[in-house]
Structures are given as C-alpha cells and as structure tokens.
Design a protein around this ligand. Structure first.
Ligand code: FES
Length: 388
C-alpha cells in the first residue's frame, strides 16, 4: 500500500506554531529568575538614545558676547553631554517670566561639532516691545541655569532631498542657522556649497561679519553677499534679496533655497520666488514671527477650556493667541512658534481667528475640524478654545 504524503501549511500551520510559541513562552517566563531585571537605563544603547533625544536639557550660560546694541550671543554648557543637532536646527527654551511660563525657539548658531565639545551658541536680537527677547537680554547672566528641549527643526541640508548647492537667504538674526551651516561646511561636517545672501537695513546691523568674511575667503564652498535695504554703501548690494540678486549669484539655477528671517522678508520673497521657476520642494524656510500685527489693536476675551475647567483671559488682536495664553500664565506645549511643529495644536470651539498668509501649516483634517495652531493665529472676535 502506498503512503500518502500530506503537507501542512497556511492558516493551520500558523495556528500550530502559535500554540507552540505560547507554550514555549510560558515555560520561558516560568523559568525566569525571581529578581528585578537590570534597569534598561543602564543599557549603552538607551544612554545614547537619551543623550541624543533628551526630554529637557539643563544648560548653564558660560559666556555672553555683545553685538553692539543689536543683539547678544549666549554660550551654554552642561554637566550632561549636549544633544547633537544638524546645522539649521533650533533650541526651544522654557522660561518663567513673572506668572507666565513661555517657550521661545532660537536657531543654534554654533556648529554641530561644538555640541560634541560641550557648547551651544544662540543669538538673541532685541525687537521693539519683545515680551521674551527683552526678558532674556536684560536678565540672563553668566552662571544662570536655563531649560531647553532637545534641538528640532527641518531646515537642514539633506543630500537625498536637497540640491548640492544651497542658496541661503537670511534677514537680521536669521543669519544664525546659516552661520552654523557655514561653520559645519568649514569643519567638513556638511558636503554642500553655500551662497549666503544676507539682508540687513544697514552695514552696522550685519552680525558676525568678520567671521562670515573669513569663512568666505578661506573656503571656496562658501560665498557671502550682503544686501542693504536702507543704505547705499560700496561693496554691498542695494535693495532687498529678490529674484534678480538670486539669479546674479546663482546663475545655473541648480540649487535649493533656504530662507530664515522676519515675516516681512518672507512676504516679499513670496512674490519673487515664482520668477525663479523652482519646484516647491527645493524651497525650505523658517519664518520668525514677532507674534505681532501692526494694526490698531482691539481687545477680545478668550475662554480657555483646559481639562473641563474654564478660564477667561484677555487677548489683543495684535498678538497671537499663544501670546495671550503665555501672558495669562496658561501653559500650552509649544516649540517652533512658526506653525510648523503642531505642538500647540488646540481646538477652536467658537470665534474667528486670522492666520497670516503662508503661516497656515495645519493638516487638512485639522482645518476641517477647526483645530488651530495658536502660535500663528490672531483673535478677530471673542474666542472659546479647548487646549487639550
Ligand atoms: S509651536 Fe509649533 S505649531 Fe505652534
């Protein structure tokens, strides 16, 4: 009599294997020693992950450098290793100002290599009536400890995504991420060329000029051009950084554009960039919003719903909703302050807000269900907002 062969496969085989696996797993658990396992914090890989992505970093101000009356650079070190970053990223600081808990982000000016050597640098520029910048510039001193989150931000050079040549357009203190990039190129940590178009009102407002000139002179991958809008001086371009100046210094058209500066500069470029006929994927930007509108301010109220509790606070049409929260001491998670990260996402239950053109970076579903990013919304009526 011939024997028949059966092969077992498919769902039946899976079921058999699962039963076998469950039995083995039970035996394994039963045979485990009755002692606490080693803390996973002690595993090397977890230590590395923690130092790369710390929840918070305690930083100590090691020195302060004044840039005339315009700005100050703050240098930080820490007892713990500093989280690494890519040139172009920012640090978000958590600050307690009076009864308010606020967060503000500042691009890192130092090179990534300096973080490995235990130092970060940021530069803070004074802006008229700046709620946070005034506080930092007037009160931070050497030896103070401040709290910052891990570095974040997407305006970084990625060889898989970006062209090998970067045309960077900086306005005012928006120079800092590109100073970091230039330093990284000089130190051999980034392999791209950088044409830096730095717009300022006058030559007196240019930050880091000596270092930028020196980097440009000694490294052929770096070219720095200064563009002055309010003065006509020899050796400088005159006007605003627009399509003509970009074409003049990057004639071959094969480049990615990175932009960092005030909202006004971005608005000007919005009309200029289409003249370059560039695909949107080659344009990346970080817009600093001062959190202010210049029109006549109107007073409104915001009813804030936080875990079922309601608080009514005052708000001005000239300041962002996030600013109103911060002034009232209401803590909302926030990082970028440019509408990008989504940390401050909240539900607009009722009322009307104004979102400046180009600053609405919400997901389509969030728009449909009335979620807003308070960091770039201005009240246009009394509001009711749920923050969690
Ligand atoms: S803080 Fe990033 S979206 Fe509001």
């Amino acid at each position: 009599m011939s024997k028949k062969k059966f092969s077992v496969n498919g769902t039946f085989k899976d079921s058999v294997n699962t039963v076998k696996f469950l039995t083995e797993r039970k035996q394994f658990i039963d045979s485990a020693p009755a002692v606490l396992p080693t803390r996973t914090d002690d595993f090397g890989v977890n230590k590395v992950a923690k130092s790369l992505h710390p929840k918070e970093q305690k930083l100590v101000i090691s020195r302060i450098e004044e840039h005339a009356d315009i700005a100050k650079s703050y240098y930080f070190n820490s007892e713990a290793p500093l989280a690494y970053f890519k040139a172009g990223q920012y640090l978000t600081f958590k600050l307690e100002i009076g009864n308010s808990v606020v967060t503000r982000s500042y691009s890192i000016a130092s090179s990534p290599a300096s973080a490995l050597n235990g130092e970060y640098q940021i530069t803070v520029k004074r802006i008229a009536d700046g709620f946070v910048s005034d506080y930092i510039l007037d009160s931070w001193k050497v030896g103070d400890e401040v709290t910052a989150y891990a570095p974040e931000g997407n305006m970084t050079y990625n060889p898989l995504r970006d062209a090998k040549s970067i045309v960077a357009i900086a306005g005012g203190s928006g120079i800092t991420p590109f100073l970091s990039l230039a330093r990284a190129i000089e130190q051999g940590d980034e392999d791209c060329t950088l044409t830096l178009l730095y717009g300022c009102r006058t030559s007196g407002e240019i930050l880091f000029k000596t270092e930028l000139d020196s980097l440009s002179e000694k490294n052929e991958k770096i070219n720095v051009i200064y563009v002055l809008s309010h003065s006509d001086e020899e050796g400088y371009e005159k006007g605003f950084v627009g399509a003509d100046i970009i074409k003049k210094y990057a004639p071959d058209g094969n480049y990615s554009i990175f932009i960092c500066g005030p909202g006004g500069m971005y608005k000007f470029l919005e009309a200029e960039l289409p003249k370059l006929d560039k695909e949107r994927k080659y344009i990346r930007f970080e817009v600093f919003s001062s959190g202010k509108k210049t029109e006549d301010p109107k007073e409104y109220s915001i009813t804030v719903i936080n875990r079922g509790e309601e608080t009514v606070i005052k708000a001005s049409s000239s300041e962002t909703v996030l600013c109103a929260f911060e002034r009232a001491g209401i803590v909302v998670p926030a990082r970028c302050h440019t509408g990008e990260c989504g940390f401050c996402r909240s539900k607009l239950v009722s009322g009307k807000v104004y979102i400046p053109e180009g600053e609405d970076k919400r997901r389509i579903a969030d728009m449909q269900f009335n979620f807003i990013h308070p960091c770039c919304c201005y009240p246009e009526s009394d509001l009711v907002i749920r923050i969690n």
